[in-house]
Design a protein around this ligand. Structure first.
Ligand code: ADP
Ligand code: MG
Length: 334
């Protein structure tokens, strides 16, 4: 007679094995496709703030891994850590003790941007501007400065004008707030990337974030666009994850990436080794997903360029001509 475990094996064992086999085969195929593909370069430096006032949604993880994914494909990338926690600095193997130069020294005009550059040990074309805990003081100190919202913008603009081909991408990892540091990032950036965690309260707070971004667009940075949303910690076994993705796609079809980032233990382990998932587990599900997301972002460069030119023209026109319509164009907040 067939034993209970044989029955279980017969019913679940093989099918589980074969579905796992299919998953591995699928992953291998996706990896091979990515390996063979060239990531297009943008025509000018794309400056992307990775923002969401919610903590723990995957901002830092996304910044670090998208930047590493792009650098692994030969694009030249700068990551600016604007979070006093310095998690992006840690994950990219950048020193960020109180004795190390950081973005704080740049904001306080003690050092030029290039003086605080550190090369990421894992990728030759990945540069990091680290942050340390003293950056938390900048919120207060900046509040006395004239044009306090535009300190980072002035620094980045003049750097990019002087070195137009040095970086293809500049990612700014924002802290989980809507304070002065985030305002500086939103004023300095041309695009915002919003990571959204696939969870029950995913869309809660999104309205407030988009409202803040539209205020920044109106008051300080007319050419800013919300170019990208990325669903993180996606669990394909749960209906909830699927529902969150569908909901976001329904509301923001043009900006949400088709790639989603799976919830994976290795993604959360990598930073403790001072590594991105791209170097820690290059062929794993997390790495492949971030490479796919990075490819989509890179392939949208042409579309984003056109959008920027259109917005630049619109913002150059007299106020009376562009009015409110600016924030309702596609690719911005909707
Ligand atoms: P934020 O910067 O928005 O606060 P983090 O990127 O630091 O969020 O992520 C919050 C926590 O979730 C971290 O411990 C991180 O390692 C973990 N995490 C992020 N993305 C994933 C993922 N795809 N799978 C598993 N853990 C993740
Ligand atoms: Mg973070």
């Amino acid at each position: 007679m067939e034993s209970a475990s044989d029955v279980l094996k017969r019913i679940f064992g093989t099918s589980q094995q074969s579905s796992m086999g299919a998953e591995i085969a699928d992953l291998t195929q996706r990896y091979k496709r990515l390996e063979a593909i060239t990531f297009p370069k943008p025509s000018s430096t794309r400056i992307i703030a990775v923002a969401n006032q919610k903590g723990g949604v995957g901002k830092t993880t996304t910044t670090v891994n998208l930047a590493s994914a792009m650098a692994s494909k030969g694009l030249k990338v700068l990551v600016i850590d604007m979070d006093p926690q310095g998690n992006a600095s840690t994950a990219l193997g950048a020193r960020h003790g109180s004795q190390d130069y950081s973005i704080y020294d740049v904001i306080e005009s003690r050092h030029a941007l290039s003086e605080v550059f550190q090369q990421c040990p894992d990728f030759q074309s990945l540069t990091v501007v680290p942050a340390s805990i003293d950056l938390s003081g900048a919120e207060l100190e900046l509040s006395d400065v004239q044009e306090r919202h535009a300190v980072l913008r002035k620094i980045l603009n003049s750097y990019v004008i002087e070195h137009p081909t040095q970086f293809d991408y500049i990612y700014i990892d924002c802290p989980p707030s809507l304070g002065l540091l985030v305002l500086n990032a939103l004023c300095a950036a041309k695009e915002v990337l919003i990571p959204i965690q696939a969870e029950y309260y995913a869309l809660e707070g999104l309205g407030q974030l988009l409202h803040t971004i539209s205020l920044v667009q109106h008051s300080f940075n007319r050419t800013l666009s919300v170019s990208t949303m990325l669903v993180t910690m996606f669990d394909k076994r749960t209906l909830l994850s699927r529902e969150v993705f569908d909901e976001i796609q329904k509301h923001y079809p043009k900006i949400v990436l088709n790639a989603t980032i799976p919830r994976a233990v290795k993604i959360s382990e990598a930073p403790s080794f001072g590594q991105s998932i791209i170097s820690y587990d290059p062929k794993g599900a997390g790495s492949v997903a971030y490479l796919e997301a990075a490819l989509e972002i890179a392939q949208r460069s042409v579309q984003v360029d056109e959008e920027n030119i259109r917005r630049q023209h619109a913002s150059d026109e007299p106020q009376a001509n562009n009015g409110d319509s600016d924030t309702r164009q596609e690719g911005t907040v909707q």
